[in-house]
Design a protein around this ligand. Structure first.
Ligand code: ADP
Length: 411
């Protein structure tokens, strides 16, 4: 079964085409600068040269049309006809409390996603544009939606509620939702498989640390607590986001600096974190390089980032009354040897023993980086959110097939 995975942003569309027979990627690519001058399409068919086109693409519908043209192109394509695409899976950031699992798109689902625009104004509207664009171009192809928040819907009330008036939860659904759920879900399963243990038997802490960063306590395979909250601003210190702070800083700063709501929100989301403290960059590579060259502000930014990450790991170990495995993933987690070392060597009391040589190995595979004697297994697991979206979509299609009596026969 051929499945197209789509991740639509406000001016971009990322795609990956899978053959689910062996989960191989047939092609991937992205459309950037949609609606702006000179949109760019980068198309990477597997085993064929990359194609880059600069074209005018005014909306997502045209973007999807161009993607389908490339996927079925006689020279650059990987499909004979668009009829080979059996389903399209979309990444949707916010599923609120309505969506606890991935699901097939119908009118009710679209209505629910629209209702959630308030909670994710930057992310859900573009995802909806992606769904509509596919509907226009591939009207007969079923679509599914996979939510970043769904994995965290297992959190109990005592971890997802904020201690503020309950009326705010009842009226506006103000609560912790958590994000990066697809990634935390994927890496926790991979880590359990790598350890050869059932996920249900483990207490795990997964650290998805990229530009955005979040930490999740996964108790017996289910999200028990996660560091991002109502929005992806809470929790760990990030590239440009502050993470946790005293909420009183918001009105205080607005008053002292004469800032509007939008300005203070932009300050915390775009001008804080590593960027603000280092005064240099939000990119962990640049921070660590500068630190190694003696830059004091870069070192302070690095130290604060590590301190806050260790505190979360400690808190989640306490919250679950123990931890069996610690997992690092995403840009920083997968690549930054010094980050993993600094985190692990500061929390040895938990029973973590890092194997420095294993930590320094470079690989794209899931791997153990703790010693064989370490009480807590530490792993690096490359995340693959697209693959999980493709798997969920495949699963839903197979279940639909079962209901309707259709049997999938691979050609
Ligand atoms: P996003 O949250 O945008 O998906 P990624 O997961 O791709 O981000 O992570 C991007 C971040 O990963 C970059 O900002 C960079 O700081 C970090 N990164 C990538 N490679 C390295 C590396 N070799 N060492 C340290 N940090 C790295």
């Amino acid at each position: 079964m051929i499945i197209l995975v789509m991740n639509a942003g406000s001016s971009s569309l990322k795609y990956q085409l899978y053959d689910m027979l062996d989960e191989s990627v047939l092609a991937k690519g992205r459309v950037e600068r949609i609606g702006l001058d000179a949109s760019i399409i980068t198309h990477e068919p597997t085993n064929k040269p990359e194609v880059r086109q600069v074209k005018e693409i005014l909306d997502h519908t045209t973007g999807v049309k161009r993607v389908i043209e490339l996927l079925t192109h006689p020279e650059h394509g990987v499909l004979k006809s668009m009829n080979e695409i059996k389903a399209v899976g979309h990444r949707v950031v916010h599923g609120g409390e309505s969506f606890k699992h991935s699901t097939i798109v119908d009118d009710n689902v679209k209505l629910e996603i629209r209702k959630l625009f308030d909670l994710a104004p930057l992310h859900n509207p573009p995802a909806m544009m992606g769904i509509t664009a596919v509907e226009t171009n591939l009207p007969d192809v079923p679509q599914t939606v996979v939510f970043d928040t769904a994995f965290h819907q297992t959190m109990p009330q005592e971890t997802f509620l904020y201690p503020i008036p309950m009326v705010l939860y009842r009226r506006h659904k103000i609560r912790r939702y958590g994000f990066h759920g697809t990634s935390h879900d994927y890496v926790s399963r991979q880590a359990a498989a790598k350890l050869g243990k059932p996920l249900e038997s483990l207490k795990m802490i997964t650290c998805h640390i990229g530009n955005g960063a979040s930490c999740t306590a996964i108790l017996h395979g289910k999200s028990y607590d996660t560091s991002m909250g109502l929005t992806p601003l809470e929790g760990l210190m990030m590239g440009t986001r502050s993470g946790d702070l005293d909420p009183a800083i918001v009105p205080f700063t607005m008053d002292k600096e004469d800032l509007t709501l939008n300005e203070v929100s932009s300050m915390l989301n775009k001008h804080s974190g590593l960027q603000a403290i280092s005064g240099l960059s939000s990119d962990m590579r640049e921070i660590t390089e500068a630190m190694q060259e003696g830059n004091k502000q870069a070192k302070l930014a690095f130290d604060m980032y590590m301190y806050r990450l260790r505190k979360y790991i400690g808190a989640y170990a306490a919250a679950m009354n123990g931890v069996d495995a610690l997992v690092f993933t995403a840009g920083v987690g997968e690549n930054s040897v010094i980050t993993r070392q600094s985190v692990c060597e500061g929390i040895t009391f938990l029973g973590i023993e890092l194997d420095r040589a294993r930590n320094e190995e470079r690989s794209n595979e899931s791997r153990l980086i703790s010693t064989d004697e370490s009480r807590v297994a530490v792993l690096v697991v490359p995340t693959n959110e697209e693959l999980l979206i493709a798997r969920d979509t495949y699963q839903i299609m197979m279940e639909q097939g079962k209901d309707s009596g259709i049997v999938e026969i691979e050609a």
